[in-house]
Design a protein around this ligand. Sequence first.
Ligand SMILES: C[S@@+](CC[C@H](N)C(=O)[O-])C[C@H]1O[C@@H](n2cnc3c(N)ncnc32)[C@H](O)[C@@H]1O
Length: 286
Amino acid sequence: MSLIQPHDPILLISEEGKRYLVFAEPDSAWYTNRGRLPYDDLIGRPYGRIAETHLGQKFLVLRPTTSDLIQHLKRTTQIVYPKDAARLVMELDLMSGKRIIEAGTGSGGLTMAFARAVLPEGRVYSYELREEHQRVARRNLDRLGLLPYVDLKLRDIAEGFDETDVDAVFLDAREAARFVPMAEAALTESGLFAALQPTVNQVSEVVRALEEGNFVEIRVEEVLIRPWKPVPERMRPADRMIAHTGFLIFARKLDASFRTFWLDKRARRRAMEFGKLKNMPPVSGR
Ligand SMILES: C[S@@+](CC[C@H](N)C(=O)[O-])C[C@H]1O[C@@H](n2cnc3c(N)ncnc32)[C@H](O)[C@@H]1O
C-alpha cells in the first residue's frame, strides 16, 4: 500500500461533491470555511479514506488522476480538457521513449499528461510565448515531479523549433496553420501531427496547410462525452455535458519524394467522390 508522502497531491471531495486539489505540505494545513485540516493528519496514511476538519466536516481523501490534475491545477489560460487530452495521448502514440513537441505550454496541464505518458525515457519540448504562462506551467510541473522530463522553452514558434526527428508535434496556439511547415521540419518521417482549434474556419486553414505540406492520413474529430447519472433504479443521462471545446486535427508526415504520387491519388479520390473520374488522367510516377 502506498502512503501519502510529503508534497504529494491529494484530491479532497466534500459531502456535496465539491472537489479541491491540495498538496501535502508538512507543518501546514488546508484552511476552508468548513474548518482546518492539518496535512500532517494525512501524511503517512493511505489514500481512499475520509478525513475530518477540526469542525467535524468530512472529506474523501483520494489520489488525483491525470484528469483531476488537468482540471484542478492552477491555470492562467484556456486548457485542453481531459477528454481531448486522452484522445491526443492515444492518437499521438505517446509511450515511454517518445519525443514530442508541444506549443503553447499554457498552464502546463497537457504538458503534464504528455510527460506522464513518455517518462522515463521520453521527453516533452514545450514552447510558450508568454513568460507569465510558462511560470505557472513550471510550478505545476515541478509540484508533480515532472520537470526532469520536460524542456520548457520561451519562444515564438514562428521562429521554428530547435528539435528534429521528433515522433510527434501538437499545436494549441492561435493561427496553427502558419506553423504547420515548422511542425513538418521537426517531425521524423511518418511522425504524428495534431492540433486543437476552436473554430471550423481555423480547422479548414490547418487542413489546407497540411495538404500543401507533405502530410497524409488527415482527419478531423470532435470528442463528445455524455455522462450518465449512475443511479441503478433511475439510470439516465446527466442534465449537462461539456459540449464544444475544440476540434482535433490529426495527420502523418510523408517522405517528400512520394508527394506527387500521393497528391495524384488524392485528386483522383476527390474526383471520384464528385463523379468526375472518367475525365481524370491515369496515376503517374511511383
Ligand atoms: C490555449 S493555451 C494552451 C493551453 C495548454 N495546451 C494547456 O492545456 O494548458 C495557448 C497558449 O499558446 C501560447 N501561444 C500562442 N501563440 C504562440 C506562439 N506563436 N508561440 C508560442 N506560444 C504561443 C499562448 O501564450 C498560450 O499560453
